[in-house]
Design a protein around this ligand. Structure first.
Ligand SMILES: C[S@@+](CC[C@H](N)C(=O)[O-])C[C@H]1O[C@@H](n2cnc3c(N)ncnc32)[C@H](O)[C@@H]1O
Length: 259
């Protein structure tokens, strides 16, 4: 609890005001990731292996961008920093603990960008969301990773919609399929990048009891078709005992790489 409070307090002034409301969820993720380290290890190892395999054969290794870099738990940052001239990490929040870790490792070629990657604001203004269009301005872009971010775009957008009073937006501007539109916009944005990409995302979660009985399965892509993928695995995001002694929540993760 004390470490969480310190991380929160240290991260607050380092985070732009508009993104400060997200510091708490990043600290919560940090805390849960530490508690569940044993259960998350296979997922993190799989994610790192897929990312490294995706950039193994690249002819040029100038700039790599990691979308949803977060706590750098499922991103092989030491290897990427070694392989690329520059690695750009993009997230809503870069916690003080993550910044300190980068500094401790002496990684000089890492750039941090705080950015909302959802496209929510564009969609709310009646525009076509192009959340990844900024990547066109990144010089010498040779590789892009979307690192277990995509499902969080839907979850975050749902929270923003739930928190809005009914009259906060002009009637009819936010489409009924807003969450699916934002998820599609991310997939389209990745598809349009002229460099190789690697998408890692959970696509659904299932609530399972002690006997192995499945109680509920939820589509995290909000009816968007699961992209063609090379591999997939289970990620026990909420293992038995984390939230309940009787239930666990298992997420299905897919990995897609494009040459
Ligand atoms: C499941 S975590 C990914 C874990 C991360 N790849 C790691 O290695 O620790 C999801 C990440 O997406 C970020 N995120 C969620 N919504 C976002 C948004 N709209 N724009 C940018 N980042 C977002 C969160 O801050 C979080 O760091």
């Amino acid at each position: 609890m004390i470490l969480e409070a310190l991380n929160y307090a240290a991260s607050w002034p380092l985070t732009m005001p508009a993104h400060r409301p997200f510091v708490r969820s990043s600290v919560n993720l940090w805390s849960r990731a530490n508690r569940c380290a044993k259960h998350w290890a296979a997922h993190e190892a799989n994610s790192k292996a897929v990312i490294l395999a995706a950039c193994d054969g690249l002819r040029q290794r100038r700039t790599a961008v990691v979308l949803g870099s977060g706590l750098l738990r499922d991103v092989p940052i030491l290897e990427l920093a070694n392989r690329f001239d520059t690695v750009v990490l993009v997230d809503l929040v870069h916690l003080a603990s993550t910044r300190a870790w980068i500094a401790t490792k002496g990684l000089k070629n890492i750039r941090l960008i705080e950015r909302d990657l959802s496209g929510f604001d564009q969609l709310a203004m009646g525009q076509n969301p192009e959340p990844l269009s900024f990547l066109r301005q990144v010089p010498y872009l040779d590789f892009v990773v979307s690192a277990n971010l995509l499902s969080q775009i839907g979850t975050g957008a749902q929270k923003r919609l739930d928190a809005m009073p009914g009259d906060a937006m002009p009637a009819g501007v936010m489409p009924a399929d807003a969450l699916g539109r934002l998820i599609e916009a991310h997939l389209d944005g990745l598809h349009d990048i002229a460099a190789p990409t690697c998408l890692l995302t959970d696509v659904r979660y299932t609530v399972i009891d002690r006997t192995g009985h499945e109680h509920e399965s939820v589509d995290l892509l909000h009816a968007v078709a699961v992209p063609a993928h090379q591999t997939s695995w289970d990620w026990p995001v909420v293992p038995l005992g984390e939230e309940s002694p009787d239930y666990q929540v298992i997420h299905r993760v897919i990995a897609c790489t494009t040459p």
